[in-house]
Design a protein around this ligand. Sequence first.
Ligand SMILES: [Zn+2]
Length: 213
Amino acid sequence: MKNIIFIAPPAAGKGTQSNLLKDKYGYVHISTGDMLREIVSSDSELGKVVKNIIDKGNLVSDDLIFKLLKSKLNSIKGKPFILDGFPRTLNQALFLDNDLKIDNYIVIYLDLSKEDAIKRIDGRLTCSCGKSYNLNDINLKPKIIDICDNCGNVLVKRNDDNLEAFKIRFDVFLNNNKPLIDYYKNKNKLKVVNVNKGVNEIFNEISKVVAND
Ligand SMILES: [Zn+2]
């Protein structure tokens, strides 16, 4: 089974699809965001360094991310993985290819227009356990209003779901990812999945991509 690099604009449902893939195929979900949060809450020396960087509003250096990612990949001992939130730049992509020499992967790009993305974020709710919901999607509604199906916690509206901030985030995503998308297209690694449809249909399509490669 090939490893997966997930690239998706905000609100494309990457988290949901990652969870489905994890459950069905046993992928290990590696999110660089989670990795950093884990380190920060670990109270280690490195955690303090990372917290200081993030608190100042600065970006964590590539070198540090590379170090964390490398140790994470070593720890999963060859199990298939989904990379989420990495690579974000060409430099990071080259690290995977040239330094870690990872070749056994496909890149799944979840394609969603800005207009459709804006429609989606309206009803979006998340839980502290990581599961996300959408009141505008019949497949993604919680069973009990405002309560997580998974763990029973109260759902919250993401505070970055403010519309104007969202539009900027979306544009930034498109600009930043263009070189990355081109890079993977040229390498014949890129699989585009249109996600302007229901969660289950999207998952079926992703499953086919995974099964055929
Ligand atoms: Zn929950």
